[in-house]
Design a binder for this molecule. Structure first.
Ligand code: NI
Length: 171
């Protein structure tokens, strides 16, 4: 097991649509273990998508209990939202979007169909924070980041600030 490097915006891999997993083999199991290590090593992280560590396949994981009681890890392979309703607005951040948080409007409840790591089909229903995380992580697999859900003006301001920040890091 090993933590992997997290890609950050504007890395183009984050913008690609990830391909479905067709075989849950040893390599996929290893990737899932590495993703869990990566997520738990990052203090405030409650979710992660495979393409954030440079693997454009469709795997997400989350643990919304991370702060209190870790290890309520949920791993979903080829997740798909089959039902969504309600509206909730909450401040989001992302390991791949450095130094930024913003309010994002999401569905309040979602039902997601997926496969677990033991190859069983599962259906999971979540509301509130769980629903937000599911939508945020499934977005990643489709090349979408939470900053795509904010106003163009806010996004442009962030891009400008990020450019400056990255330049300062180079110098
Ligand atoms: Ni994210």
């Amino acid at each position: 097991m090993a933590a992997r490097k997290i890609l950050t915006y504007p890395d183009t891999v984050l913008r690609e649509r990830s391909e479905p997993v067709t075989d849950i083999d040893g390599k996929v199991q290893q990737l899932i273990d590495d993703m869990a290590d990566t997520m738990y090593l990052t203090n405030c992280a409650i979710g992660l998508a495979s393409n954030q560590v440079g693997e454009p396949c469709r795997i997400i994981m989350f643990d919304t209990s991370a702060k209190d009681e870790p290890n309520e890890l949920v791993v979903l392979i080829n997740p798909e939202i089959i039902e969504a309703d309600g509206v909730i607005v909450n401040e989001e951040g992302c390991l791949s979007v450095i130094d930024y948080r913003a309010d994002v409007k999401r569905a309040e409840r979602v039902t997601v169909k997926a496969i677990d790591r033991e190859e069983n089909p599962i259906t999971i229903k979540k509301e509130g924070l769980g629903a937000i995380v599911l939508q945020h992580e499934i977005d990643h697999l489709n090349g979408t980041l939470f900053i795509d859900h904010i106003s163009k003006l806010k996004r442009e301001l962030y891009k400008r600030r990020l450019k400056k920040l990255l330049k300062e890091k180079e110098a």
